[in-house]
Design a protein around this ligand. Structure first.
Ligand code: NAD
Ligand code: COI
Length: 334
């Protein structure tokens, strides 16, 4: 059995090598993501094991199908970058890793929140410029005095709720499918309009589907409390970045933690080369000390990386051996 591994990261290799040895599977490693391949690149591969945040081009899926590959196992959760109609048309089956470590992302979201409410951006900027009095005069807030609005209470959102509750925060949540495990932890609202004016922090944990695009725009920001903080470790398309910048400019928004940026695919090639992104909106956010920008790394812990590799490889092997995988996704439905 041979797997074509795409988007290989150095820290994953040790887990791939160990799994390959234990399972007698050959790995065809590629550090590049899926983009621009021809059928010959997939020769001998029984399944593709992929990880990337930028879109999977339909042409790469077509080349995979032309080479006879029938299975694709993602190493991650989100599937907003997957061309489902192409997979369905080409008869390629898909699996993801739905829960490699929800805690990793939840902890990152809480960490961004703590940094925002304690003015880390200002403090680090001031101390780097030896402006100690500026660093000392920034008064922070405590999470135990704040109300957090968690949008999406699936795996990651539920972990975030528990962490915020540990700090003594009140949590108000919105999810069309309330999580029964949280019934004693949060107050659910039936409508987002009831959440916006009541919370000090908005924490997003929902998929970046077409329907969720610009869930937060100018109209929603206008309904929020003055001085609201917004944290997005979910997907960039959930926030209208122009509206967020306007909210920051008017001080309606006191700060934002952005791990997933709306135009991430545009800046990604520059990130990869350690070059300064030229996207004007990215530059504006980065220059604002009230904004903490991170390059889509909320997931990035040792636990998560190991699970992403091992669970995706388990899915790929099951696909090849049985025609189905434990975390198979119905490509016709999505
Ligand atoms: P999940 O499927 O367990 O939970 C998502 C929840 O969102 C579900 O309960 C669903 O009902 C709810 N939902 C969908 N649309 C909604 C809306 N408009 N309003 C309120 N709730 C809504 O998913 P999860 O494991 O918690 O992951 C959530 C998202 O986090 C993923 O889709 C992915 O985009 C993102 N993610 C980011 C990183 C990162 O490194 N930054 C890592 C993993 C996942
Ligand atoms: C996910 O698992 O959905 C992520 O956002 C992680 C990223 C490496 C793709």
């Amino acid at each position: 059995m041979q797997f074509g591994v795409y988007g290989l990261k150095p820290e994953e290799k040790v887990f791939f090598d160990a799994w390959a040895q234990n399972n007698g599977v050959t790995m065809n490693y590629h550090t590049a993501g899926l983009n621009g391949q021809s059928p010959a690149d997939f020769a001998g591969d029984d399944a593709i094991v992929a990880l990337q945040t930028v879109p999977y081009p339909p042409a790469a899926i077509e080349a995979m199908a032309a080479a006879g590959v029938k299975y694709m196992a993602l190493r991650n959760v989100g599937m907003d970058n997957v061309p489902f109609p192409t997979l369905a048309a080409k008869g390629i089956q898909l699996a993801n890793v739905p829960a490699y470590s929800p805690q990793s992302i939840a902890e990152f979201a809480v960490s961004l929140t703590l940094q925002l409410v304690r003015n880390f951006g200002y403090v680090i900027q001031a101390i780097s410029a030896h402006q100690y009095t500026e660093a000392m005069q920034r008064t922070g807030k405590e999470l135990g005095t704040m109300t957090i609005g968690v949008i999406g209470t699936g795996r990651i959102g539920a972990s975030a709720v528990k962490l915020f509750k540990g700090f003594g925060s009140k949590v108000i949540a919105y999810d069309p499918y309330p999580n029964p495990a949280l019934k004693d932890e949060v107050e659910y609202v039936d409508d987002l309009a009831d959440l916006w004016p009541r919370v000090d922090v908005i924490d997003l944990h929902i998929p970046g589907t077409k329907e969720n695009t610009h869930l937060i725009g100018a109209a929603e920001i206008a309904q929020m409390k003055d001085g609201v903080y917004i944290v997005n470790t979910a997907r960039g398309n959930l926030i209208d970045t122009q509206a967020l910048l306007a909210g920051l400019a008017s001080d309606k928004v006191a700060g934002a933690g952005i791990d997933t940026f709306e135009f991430e695919s545009d800046v990604f090639p520059q990130w990869e080369k350690n070059e300064e992104p030229t996207n004007a909106l990215y530059e504006q956010l980065l220059a604002d000390p009230r904004v903490i920008m991170t390059p889509h790394i909320a997931y990035h812990t040792e636990t998560a990386v190991e699970n992403m590799v091992e669970v995706s490889l388990g899915n790929a092997k099951a696909f090849v051996e049985t025609g189905h995988a434990p975390n198979e996704v119905d490509v016709q439905k999505l």
